[in-house]
Design a protein around this ligand. Structure first.
Ligand code: HEC
Length: 256
């Protein structure tokens, strides 16, 4: 698959959610539609004959937002290799959507090929079972849920190479405060993540960092909490930017 095609389709989705529909992070993580062209129709099991990407409704039991779309799933598979990457996909969800900090992580060992286990999940579980909470509680679970999508992003029920090896997308994710969510599949996981305070706080932090063009500090705490609350209550990304730009923090900063 041509990377530019996938990038273009993801870009149209971003524009649709944040600019055209003026919605926020919850829609971005749960929308049951994507921009699909004849080049990507097969990946989504959709009927699109036009080579120009069209907004296309997808099966809502299988698709929820950007993380279930081909651009993300394909990018976070293992290069030069026809396998998914549980760890890279899971790491992205945890670090980028929830702003979980892994700065103390050891350098990743080189990952070999799974020769001994029926599923990639069993292989990674076994490899990381002695490595503590990073992998077992927060990086692997979203990656396991996303095993329902093959390296190209195509939905599947079994491993590509072995139709007798069923994918198990169920799991439990543990948050920094030790609270947990349980899910049967990626769609259930993403719907729950889209409502979590951690997700909205992370999103608010990224918006503010984008506006300041530098990391947030402790002094931004109150503004971030307010924006996260508004986001959770359904405010759009657009509303949040206006709110942030007109907040005392920003006006004082620019010497109103
Ligand atoms: C402090 C948290 C932490 C611990 C402990 C940890 N890891 Fe990781 N691991 C990470 C993070 C974060 C990444 C993602 C790095 C990246 O994508 O650049 C990672 C990446 C990896 C990868 C690379 C996957 C890929 O597809 O490139 C492997 C393999 C891995 N870890 C295995 C292990 C094993 C085995 C242990 C125990 C001996 C371990 N890790 C301990 C956080 C951790």
């Amino acid at each position: 698959m041509n990377g530019d095609t996938l990038k273009n389709e993801a870009g149209l989705f971003v524009e649709e959610v944040f600019v055209k529909q003026k919605k926020g992070i919850e829609e971005f993580l749960t929308a049951p539609y994507a921009f699909v062209s004849s080049k990507t129709a097969d990946i989504y099991g959709a009927k699109v004959s036009s080579p120009t990407a069209q907004k296309t409704d997808l099966d809502a039991s299988k698709y929820a937002g950007i993380v279930t779309q081909a651009a993300f799933l394909n990018h976070y598979s293992r290069e030069n290799d026809a396998t998914t990457s549980i760890i890279r996909r899971g790491h992205y969800v945890t670090e980028t959507i929830l702003c979980r900090d892994f700065s103390g992580a050891p350098p990743p060992p080189t990952l070999g090929k799974n020769a001994d286990f029926k599923t990639n999940r069993e292989y990674i579980s076994n490899l990381t079972k002695v490595c503590g909470g990073c992998h077992t509680q927060v990086i692997n679970p979203p990656g396991f849920a996303l095993e329902s999508y093959g390296p190209s992003g195509k939905f599947r029920l079994t491993e590509d190479a072995d139709p007798s090896a069923r994918i198990n997308p169920t799991g439990e994710f543990v948050f920094a405060d030790e609270s947990k969510i349980e899910f049967k599949n990626a769609v259930e996981m993403l719907k729950q993540l889209a409502k979590r305070e951690e997700t909205h706080q992370c999103y608010a932090k990224k918006l503010i960092e984008g506006l300041y063009a530098k990391p947030t500090s402790k002094d931004d705490g109150e503004l971030l909490l307010n924006l996260a609350q508004e986001s959770r209550d359904g405010a759009s990304g657009y509303d949040l930017i206006i709110k942030a730009l007109t907040s005392d923090r920003v006006l004082i900063r620019y010497g109103k």
